[in-house]
Design a protein around this ligand. Structure first.
Ligand SMILES: [Fe+2]
Ligand SMILES: [Fe+2]
Length: 216
């Protein structure tokens, strides 16, 4: 566990990937209503649960937000549901339909483009991101109070990124998203347009190095 910026905690695991490493991150912005961003795989969730319980110091986990249906993003949901049976899972329309088919019995709330989630200590705004299976919409999200964008699989880099922050700019990072990441030009352009209206100070990436958008 690392305190990556202000009151944002990062949990990481490194996996080998060819000649390089690939890092998976989850996040917990501390607030009165605790929110976990992505669960990690089931194994990772079991590993990070003790740290999360320590950070929450007796508080219940209120929300889990995950970007799309994949093991590193939501595989650990059952681990957290067992510990926090009232937790509300926030996810895309497609993930909402998928989860019950995998036996998930927890509360689920669907979010998509321009939806918000307001709570004591956070204000999330959701943006569609065609990251679900068959290029359906998943979500990415921006926490407006802290000016932190949670980029999931966008803006990722290889290497061991635990507690590592690099400098870049929001414009550069949005410009860098290409058809390798979203293989449909129209959908790619819509996403870029939606992202360009945001102004984050910090990008909490799903993989690799976090990004300081306003260095100096
Ligand atoms: Fe993914
Ligand atoms: Fe991912």
């Amino acid at each position: 566990m690392a305190q990556i910026t202000k009151d944002l905690y990062q949990f990481s695991i490194k996996i080998p990937f060819g000649d390089s490493n690939f890092t998976l991150h989850q996040y917990l912005p501390l607030s009165e209503e605790p929110v976990l961003i992505a669960t990690g795989t089931m194994e990772h969730a079991e590993n990070i649960l003790p740290d999360i319980k320590k950070l929450l110091n007796g508080k219940e986990l209120k929300y889990i937000i995950f970007p799309h249906f994949e093991s590193d993003e939501c595989g650990g949901l059952p681990v957290f549901l067992k510990e926090y049976p009232d937790v509300v899972t926030i996810c895309s329309n497609l993930s909402t339909r998928e989860l019950p088919g995998f036996g998930y019995k927890g509360k689920i709330e669907t979010k998509g483009q321009n939806d918000t989630l307001l709570g004591d200590g956070f204000s999330f705004k959701f943006i569609n991101y065609p990251s679900e299976v068959h290029l359906q919409d998943g979500i990415v999200f921006y926490e407006e109070n802290r000016k932190i964008f949670f980029s999931s699989d966008l803006m990722l880099r290889f290497g061991y990124g635990r507690n590592q922050v690099i400098d870049s700019s929001w414009k550069q990072e949005v410009d860098n998203i290409n058809t390798q990441v979203i293989p449909n030009e129209n959908r790619l352009n819509i996403l870029k347009k939606n992202l360009s209206s945001l102004d984050p100070d910090f990008i909490a990436v799903g993989h690799g190095y976090c990004i300081n958008c306003n260095p100096n």
